[in-house]
Design a protein around this ligand. Structure first.
Ligand SMILES: Cc1cc2nc3c(=O)[nH]c(=O)nc-3n(C[C@H](O)[C@H](O)[C@H](O)COP(=O)(O)OP(=O)(O)OC[C@H]3O[C@@H](n4cnc5c(N)ncnc54)[C@H](O)[C@@H]3O)c2cc1C
Length: 394
């Protein structure tokens, strides 16, 4: 590593998720490439949209969560498997969890988001989450225990895409008569998705006998009970039900590294301009869930993070090739896909609107085709599908 006093031309990427990894890959394809350092504490990249397939055993760990070692080996990207504790934008250094100082020439922040308990008592202690590789084993254990003890209540809180996709998958995986309850504060499930997908999801939930509790606010979770309130009824009367498991998918908050000045933050996100630059810092960029362009607010999705990562990678490549770079980022909506149980999905994308098993195959192929180490078996099993599907999320 370089000392603080010397100038660095290294591009340091914090966070090896969708945004950070795409940037590092794209930059590594350049002709005059600088040193690229990826700081990411996890051993495995996790393709989150396929976490449900990993839970259901429809895909293997190496397909959904390949190790950074295998992904980065041939690309000359340095992986530091630590956590960034602090960023000092004035000194142009990041400080890692073991106290190492790394000087950057350009910095890319893509630290993503994490579940938000909103301070509701008991969520952190008693609810399971579903946003990382380790959560799959915990939920598999829960399925095992529910399959051994029928007539119980399972709660999933939050009926956004994660809650709905998980409810559908669990309804197929739990063979005993268990009540699967999906709790949502809003008046409809999936408030922000396309209407065809929303209707297909509502149908799937009905077919799988998932009990949907709309307009319902969770107040507290204990080891045995879930306390909630119907917001349309008498607000002073809370109800409680016993549970044998709660999965929390009700919201996320950005993972902001320490040390950033307050004036570049808004609503726990980092303010950027249309070139993905952090406001006021020409050599610092933020992309993915952590970033916020006031002039062009976007949803927090893998699709946005990957497109931003690719755009930034190309701009950085041009910069190191000595070209003038000022291309603004423009998001292209490639459509939307949701998994709706084992072997089932719905999609609205590229002029296609479909649900069922073919939609499941296309969704799976669209995501798997994004992997550089995709198995030849999967590729050859559906190469026509693969080439079409790839366009959906590129
Ligand atoms: C279960 C699930 C399913 C999803 N399905 C879809 C879907 O179908 N389609 C879709 O478009 N989106 C989906 N999403 C959302 C999507 O995964 C996120 O929007 C996307 O991951 C954001 O990319 P990112 O690069 O901003 O962050 P991430 O991909 O979350 O990556 C952030 C990385 O930063 C690392 N990190 C955090 N803090 C630090 C630090 N201080 N130092 C070093 N490293 C750090 C983390 O370990 C992590 O690896 C899903 C999310 C979940 C949880």
């Amino acid at each position: 590593m370089e000392s603080n006093s010397s100038k660095s031309n290294a591009v340091v990427v914090i966070g090896g998720g969708f945004g950070g990894l795409t940037t590092a890959f794209s930059l590594s394809n350049g002709k005059k490439r600088p040193p690229i350092i990826l700081i990411e504490p996890r051993k495995r990249f996790v393709f989150l949209p396929l976490l449900y397939e990993l839970l259901a055993g429809e895909l293997e760990t190496w397909e959904v969560a390949p190790s950074y070692k295998s992904l980065l080996a041939s690309r000359g990207i340095i992986h530091i498997d630590q956590y960034v504790e602090n960023i000092d934008l004035d000194k142009e250094i990041v400080i890692t969890s073991n106290g190492e100082e790394i000087k950057y020439g350009k910095l890319v922040i893509s630290t993503g988001s994490q579940p938000d308990s909103f301070g509701i008592p008991g969520v952190e202690e008693y609810a399971l989450m579903f946003n990382q590789y380790q959560d799959v084993a915990k939920i598999k254990n829960l399925i095992l225990s529910l399959n051994n003890s029928p007539n119980q209540n399972l709660f999933i809180v939050g009926a956004g895409p994660t809650g709905v996709e998980l409810a559908c998958k669990l309804a197929d995986l739990i063979v005993q008569p268990i009540a699967i309850n999906l709790v949502e504060l809003g008046e409809r499930v999936l408030p922000n998705v396309k209407s065809f997908n929303q209707e297909q999801a509502e149908q799937a939930l009905r077919k799988k006998s998932v009990k949907v509790h709309l307009n319902t606010r969770v107040l507290k979770i204990t080891r045995e009970k879930l306390e909630f309130l119907s917001i349309l009824q008498d607000q002073s009367k809370s109800l409680s039900m016993s549970h044998s498991g709660v999965i929390w998918t009700a919201g996320v908050k950005s993972s902001i590294p320490n040390g950033l000045p307050k004036n570049i933050l808004k609503d726990r996100k980092i303010l950027i301009n249309s070139q993905l630059n952090v406001i006021g810092y020409d050599n610092v960029f933020a992309i993915g869930d952590i970033s916020y362009d006031l002039g062009n607010p976007l949803f927090s999705t893998a699709q946005v993070a990957m497109q931003q990562g690719e755009h930034l990678g190309v701009n950085l490549r041009d910069f190191f090739d000595g070209k003038i770079v000022n291309r603004p980022f423009q998001f292209v909506d490639r459509g939307e896909m949701l998994s709706l149980g084992v072997g089932q999905a719905t999609l609205t994308a590229m002029g296609l609107t479909m649900s069922g098993s073919l939609a499941f195959q296309i969704r799976r192929m669209a995501y798997l085709s994004k992997f550089p180490n995709l198995s030849l078996g999967v590729r050859s099993a559906g190469s026509w599908l693969c080439s079409h599907a790839k366009n959906l999320i590129d």
